[in-house]
Design a protein around this ligand. Structure first.
Ligand code: AMP
Length: 410
């Protein structure tokens, strides 16, 4: 199937071509026609399936059909859980709409609001995190009175992050008839409720698992907790990676693990919730450009990381839920490229391991890294003890625990 079958305006097709898209992904094939026909839509899809373009393209088409010459206010509102995701969606509108003259503005907290308000005044599409948008609305600085298209992206994450009341307040101010789309990676009861509240007779679409999950191979590395740091280091040395994302459970650990890796000669950076917007952007730009081959991140900070080059995701700490696992590995194998998901599992992770295998519908291969000393004692019994791996030039210590376990959650 090709993009031609959607009969999109040629200015939009120019954007599709310059983005390098050749054929639509499964979610795009399912979602674009009903959206073009004006239906509401419920999309069960995670990041990495091409879901952003699945709503951006029909929205651009709809906007080109309107007379926007005298427009004074936004027509499209996209709500997203994090600034990274908001920026990524905004960039998608800008890239795919590069020949349409349609302007998009990104609105998110943690930065000066003045430039955002200026952009907002000229934008037809507003991509916003709920908190900052509500702030601007309360100051009378965001006019949503003309919005007739609403997208709730990564709705499950927005609810997880406690945005439900903000979303409700924002949506209550949208008056008049509108087309609404809701995308979510999971479909818990609260999302079903939100769907009933905001969507009218929606068409339901679901990203096929082959769009993403099957492109990724999963491996578990059982390891005693005190050897996780050493095993990670060894895995990084033997894994042929382009860009690699490492997940930790806590903010403190993301930072200290990254620093530790840097001190061992790895080009590493980190992303966690305590960073300023400038620090985040510096880290993301460095990671996207390949200056840093490794990024260590927490779950929340990682939402919306859009980097085509990620070849591996390593769970240094197993996530608390199987849904988080799915979100994490959604960072690799993006748009049907292949990727690898490696997880360091300890005896404490038995429950999460079972939940992940349930959601994948298969048991995951357990591997032992050859040449790694799994019997090395912990720090209490011995300080560092170098282990020389056969056929590897670099010796490394595998007995250090990188971090303690008590730091705060991300
Ligand atoms: P998303 O799921 O929207 O975050 O998209 C994941 C990645 O796939 C992004 O880097 C998109 O630019 C890319 N992408 C989206 N649609 C296509 C397509 N039809 N062909 C190739 N890449 C795509």
């Amino acid at each position: 199937m090709s993009f031609d079958s959607f009969a999109l305006d040629k200015r939009i097709m120019a954007g599709v071509t310059s983005a390098g898209y050749v054929s639509p992904t499964p979610i795009q094939i399912q979602a674009i026609p009903p959206l073009l026909a004006g239906h509401d839509l419920l999309g069960l899809a995670q990041t990495g399936t091409g879901k952003t373009a699945a709503f951006v393209l029909p929205i651009l088409q709809k906007l080109l059909g309107l007379d926007l010459r005298d427009h004074k206010a936004a027509r499209v509102l996209v709500l997203a859980p994090t600034r990274e995701l908001a920026l990524q969606i905004h960039e998608n509108f800008t890239a795919l709409g590069c020949k349409t003259g349609i302007r998009s503005a990104a609105v998110y907290g943690g930065v000066n609001q003045v430039p955002q308000v200026k952009n907002l005044r000229q934008a037809t599409v507003v991509v916003a995190c709920p908190g900052r948008l509500l702030d601007l609305m309360n100051q009378g600085l965001a006019d949503l009175s003309q919005v007739d298209t609403l997208v709730l992206d990564e709705a499950d994450r927005m609810l997880d992050m406690g945005f439900a009341p903000d979303i409700r307040r924002i949506v209550s101010r949208l008056t008049g008839k509108r087309q609404t789309m809701l995308f979510s990676a999971t479909m818990p009861a609260q999302i079903r409720n939100l769907t009933r509240e905001y969507l009218l007779d929606p068409v339901e679409v679901k990203a096929e698992s082959s769009g993403q999950v099957e492109a990724i191979s999963h491996v578990f590395y059982p390891v005693p907790a005190h050897l996780k740091g050493g095993l990670l280091e060894e895995l990084l040395r033997v894994t042929d990676h382009k860009s690699l994302l490492v997940f930790t459970r806590t903010k403190h650990r993301a930072k200290s693990l990254s620093r530790k890796l840097e001190s061992k000669g790895f080009a590493s950076t980190f992303l966690q919730g305590n960073m300023s917007q400038n620090q985040r952007q510096e880290a993301m730009t460095g990671f996207r450009s390949g200056r840093y081959k490794i990024m260590v991140a927490t779950d929340i900070a990682s939402r919306g990381i859009d980097c085509d080059r990620i070849s591996h995701v390593i769970n240094f700490d197993m996530p608390d839920t199987a849904e988080s696992y799915t979100h994490r590995i959604g960072r690799t194998g993006r748009a049907r490229r292949s990727g690898e998901a490696l997880s360091l599992i300890t005896s404490e992770d038995a429950e999460q391991v079972r939940a992940v295998e349930r959601i994948l519908g298969e048991s995951v291969e357990r591997k032992k890294l050859g040449g790694f000393d799994y019997s090395a004692p912990g720090r209490a019994q011995s300080r560092t003890k170098p282990v020389r791996a056969a056929s590897r030039k670099t010796s490394t210590s595998n007995t250090r625990i990188f971090m303690d376990r008590q730091d705060s959650r991300a």
